[in-house]
Design a protein around this ligand. Sequence first.
Ligand SMILES: C[S@@+](CC[C@H](N)C(=O)[O-])C[C@H]1O[C@@H](n2cnc3c(N)ncnc32)[C@H](O)[C@@H]1O
Length: 236
Amino acid sequence: MQRDIAAIEEMERPDADPALLERTYAQFRLVNLVVSGWRGVYVRLVRPQLPRRGTGTILDIGCGGGDIALALLRWARADGYDVRVLGIDPDARAHDFSTRAAASAGCGEPGVEFRRATSSELVAEGASFDVVVSNHVLHHLDPPQLAGVLADSQRLARGLAIHSDIRRRRSALLLFGLATLPLAGSSYIRRDGLTSIRRSYTRDELSRVLPPGWQAHPQGPYRNLAIWHAEARMAP
Ligand SMILES: C[S@@+](CC[C@H](N)C(=O)[O-])C[C@H]1O[C@@H](n2cnc3c(N)ncnc32)[C@H](O)[C@@H]1O
């Protein structure tokens, strides 16, 4: 199955239906809980980068509805870390949703902040974070955007950058299509999820598009992690 880079996700359209889009952001939380495996990524990769003393910082690029940023904040706090999480997204509709989600979860600043911003704006501000993450963003990006987000991640991450995404497999289409049948028509989740699988990379494809210093790791049968360690900055 070839990568379908021409396929467009409905939620990306400026004229996307506001009610369907709202439910899409809301359902991201459930979908991410079931398919994204961030609890394991937090325990294995994010948590070891957080300082035991002082304040740890995490950046979520393309945070969408903000559920992963909020989950990282909750997990880190439950583990006794003082942590600040910033979620950024260039889409005003995502920013609006995530800001409301943080308020209704009772997680306001300084614990979590959501900004309508790009990673390059943060680089221009001279920002940096212990850990930089994204979820389901890489497959959205065209080659120059991908190169830009990865280069920005290297500049912004003091410890580790982790971009988690779907791995393209025919069986993923079948399983996701079946599992999300009950959600069909209520949001863009099912349709855009299937498009995302078609747009996503195999592990080999991801390895080939990652710049030096990055590695593509499999995470279970259906996901890839693109990982960059700040020590790579020092490598010859
Ligand atoms: C499928 S959504 C994923 C949202 C969220 N990370 C999640 O997993 O639920 C992809 C998000 O990436 C954002 N996005 C698209 N292009 C981007 C870019 N160049 N930099 C940062 N975010 C981008 C979109 O606005 C959208 O909110």
